[in-house]
Ligand binder design. Structure first.
Ligand code: PRP
Length: 218
């Protein structure tokens, strides 16, 4: 049997993923050592390998087949636009992609003005404004602390992730429009889906069962 390789998104998402996989009987003892500098972790018994990567790199590893399976946020899947299968909504990491700004910016949106939109997600922002809203805008790519942009006058609005909404509130901004809901998803390489169909289908079934049981408890 060949190894099934998982690419996990470093950080909170990876911790949540391992929690979920453990409930489905998939563990990786090597990964529990938080001090390790190892990059790849193996469960010989299950013939599975796991590695941690930056979110935007996860779909890349999966598309090229360096990982059979990836766990990554829907935002990253949309932004990267890779040729991969999205097979399962894991239900955690829930948040929303939104257009946000000061209340005054509402009018610019309503009147389809040529505004500036700052974002870490230029593809998502472009698709939303150009294809869904038919509004021409100028998109400015930033790499973090996006909420700064309308405050310092770089842009009228931002397209960004809203989880609790506290970053917006503390900076006098609010959600003006919702682009889409987000959560962690499982993605699969197209060839792996065919070659390892039985194992991957079983994994999806097992994870679905755990997710259903969790929902029933709530
Ligand atoms: C994300 C996002 C918002 C914030 C939203 O930023 O870009 O800034 O979290 O969360 P909230 O609604 O719960 O306040 P992140 O912390 O990932 O850092 P970044 O600003 O560097 O992107």
């Amino acid at each position: 049997m060949r190894y099934l390789t998982f690419a996990l998104t470093k950080g909170r998402l990876a911790d949540k993923t391992m929690e979920l996989l453990t409930k489905a009987g998939i563990t990786c003892e090597e990964m529990e050592d938080k001090k390790t500098r190892k990059l790849i972790f193996v469960n010989e018994e299950l013939k599975m390998k796991f590695f941690l990567a930056k979110g935007p790199d996860v779909p890349t590893y999966v598309e090229y087949g360096a990982a059979d399976i990836g766990i990554v946020g829907k935002d990253t899947i949309m932004e990267e636009g890779r040729n991969i299968y999205e097979v399962l909504d894991l239900g955690f990491g829930k948040c929303r992609m939104c257009v946000c700004g000061p209340k005054e910016a509402e009018d610019c949106l309503k009147h389809h003005e040529l505004i500036r939109v700052a974002t870490k997600y230029p593809h998502i922002a472009k698709d939303y404004f150009y294809n869904k809203k038919n509004q021409t805008v100028e998109i400015i790519k930033l790499n973090g602390s996006i909420e700064l942009a309308p405050i310092v006058g770089l842009s009228e609005v931002i397209v960004d992730i809203v989880e609790t909404g506290s970053t917006l509130r503390e900076n006098g901004l609010s959600v003006l429009e919702e682009v889409c809901p987000l959560s962690a998803r499982m993605v699969v390489n197209r060839v792996s889906m065919r070659m390892e169909n039985e194992r991957i289908t079983q994994l999806i079934t097992d994870l679905n069962k755990v997710l259903r049981e969790e929902r029933d408890v709530i």
